[in-house]
Design a protein around this ligand. Structure first.
Ligand SMILES: Nc1ncnc2c1ncn2[C@@H]1O[C@H](COP(=O)(O)OP(=O)(O)OP(=O)(O)O)[C@@H](O)[C@H]1O
Length: 253
């Protein structure tokens, strides 16, 4: 589904990603972790062709730079870390934006587009907010609206930049369970960045540890979430305990 070879990104004169290789199989969930500034968001942005890069990135066999915008939007849906909130837009109107790649030029959304939007509003538990202005939602409610818009795009590849950072622990689990269920039901491929390492490890098939723009480790959660790797790359004092669905990373003073 995704092949990245020798990816290098320079921003503002600094090398942000350097020699990154990555393979993500169809239906796989890969979570990118790493300390602040490691290059996680930049990697996601590069996957959608949003930052200039050297090296090669292909999505479902096509070079990302060769895909036209509309085509790319049918392949990849992204929830950015802090998406723009268009003023005066209701939740339903916002989620409908996810259907843009399917609306004909100068045309309007069809009844089927409206039905898809309402389905995602329902699956994200947003029905009671559908006619409210997006700007009046709490941070967590808004986060769910961002995800609903991305899901309405019905793209096979879902890129999530810290999808749970604004959510309480219950909604974190609801949203990640939903993404996992959609992954199975719709065959979605998921690439996410996350800071909560225990939760990250519980949902990912594989993890990539980025540090200073390079891949420091890649493997199963048990291979990547180790005390020595976390001490080296995060300078964190942690204990890693065995958990039912993956290692549990506990900070210790
Ligand atoms: N437009 C830019 N110009 C210069 N430097 C940039 C630009 N965008 C990002 N950077 C730098 O690139 C590095 C990687 O940023 P990125 O946002 O990818 O990190 P991250 O791993 O997602 O961090 P965080 O965990 O803090 O969200 C950072 O040092 C950042 O300051």
């Amino acid at each position: 589904m995704i092949t990245v070879r020798g990816l290098r990104v320079a921003l503002g004169g600094a090398t942000v990603l350097d020699g990154v290789d990555l393979d993500v199989a169809p239906g796989e969930w890969v979570t990118i972790i790493g300390p602040n500034g490691a290059g996680k968001s930049t990697l996601l942005r590069a996957l959608t062709g949003l930052v200039p890069f050297t090296g090669a990135i292909s999505l479902a066999g096509a070079e990302v730079t060769a895909l036209r915008r509309r085509e790319r939007a049918r392949q990849v849906a992204t929830v950015a870390q802090s998406p723009a909130v268009p003023p005066g837009m209701t939740v339903r109107e916002y989620v409908l934006l996810g259907r843009t790649p399917y609306v004909p030029a100068l045309g309007r959304e069809s009844a089927a587009d409206l039905a898809v939007a309402d389905e995602e509003i329902h699956s994200l538990d947003l029905t009671e907010f559908a006619d409210r202005s997006l700007t009046t939602l709490s941070g967590g409610e808004r986060q769910r609206a961002f995800l609903a818009r991305a899901l309405a795009q019905r793209a096979p590849l879902l890129l999530l930049d810290e999808p749970t950072s604004a959510l309480d622990i219950g909604h974190q689990q609801d949203v990640l369970d939903l993404v996992d269920r959609l992954r199975r039901d719709r065959g979605l491929t998921v690439v996410a960045t996350m800071h909560d390492l225990s939760i990250a490890g519980e949902y990912a098939d594989r993890m990539v540890l980025l540090a200073a723009g390079r891949v420091a480790a890649v493997g199963t959660p048990a291979e990547v979430l180790t005390e020595p790797l976390l001490a080296t790359h995060y300078r964190a004092r942690v204990r890693v305990l065995p958990g039912e669905h993956g290692p549990l990373v506990v900070p210790v003073r």
